[in-house]
Design a protein around this ligand. Structure first.
Ligand SMILES: [Zn+2]
Length: 182
């Protein structure tokens, strides 16, 4: 059951409200309802509201918290980035790591139906996610491509690590709420 739910909460299955994209037992409404219960940390709460409930205000709150998170992570790594860069990286994090960037070829499904055959999407290797180009990432952060490559790109995986467990925390929370345990 937990495994099943994880599949349904993956970015691929994130279009839960749309009809005809496979069977989904857990809807955005269920997620929204379950978030009202329990004591989720603010970061996890806003993450889930922003990602699954199309909550614009939550996205704004999340961005503020991501700023703090990035700042703390840079401190741990002994790095000093200026405020504009921190704001840029937080924005990149929101776009790329929270919302994800849906593959346009397969609409985030990971596969395509061609002549009644289900084909694995070759563009995104069936992940459903279209990774942003380095040029686009540099643009979002607000630096030149060469500066991006030289000073920032190498730290991104470590910075992203600070929010990696949020998805898992949301899944666990919804799972327990749906099953009436806590
Ligand atoms: Zn694709």
């Amino acid at each position: 059951m937990a495994e099943q739910l994880i599949t349904k909460l993956s970015v691929k299955g994130c279009n839960l409200s749309s009809v005809g994209r496979g069977v989904t037992a857990i809807t955005n409404y269920d997620i929204a309802a379950s978030l009202a219960y329990g004591n989720l940390p603010k970061l996890t709460y806003y993450y889930a509201r922003a990602k699954y409930c199309e909550d614009v205000l939550a996205s704004q709150n999340l961005l503020v918290l991501l700023n703090e998170t990035v700042r703390e992570k840079l401190c741990d790594l002994n790095l000093k980035f200026n405020n504009e860069i921190i704001a840029g990286i937080s924005k990149l994090m929101l776009i790329e790591a929270v919302f994800g960037n849906q593959c346009k070829t397969c609409d985030g499904l990971g596969y395509a139906i061609e002549e009644n055959q289900i084909e694995v999407c070759s563009r995104c290797s069936s992940t459903g996610i279209n990774k942003l180009s380095q040029r686009k990432r540099a643009e979002i952060v607000g630096v030149s491509l060469s500066k991006w490559h030289r000073d920032y790109d190498k730290y991104i995986p470590e910075i992203y690590q600070s929010i990696q467990n949020l998805q898992r925390d949301v899944i666990k929370h919804v799972y327990y709420q749906v099953n009436g345990e806590d």
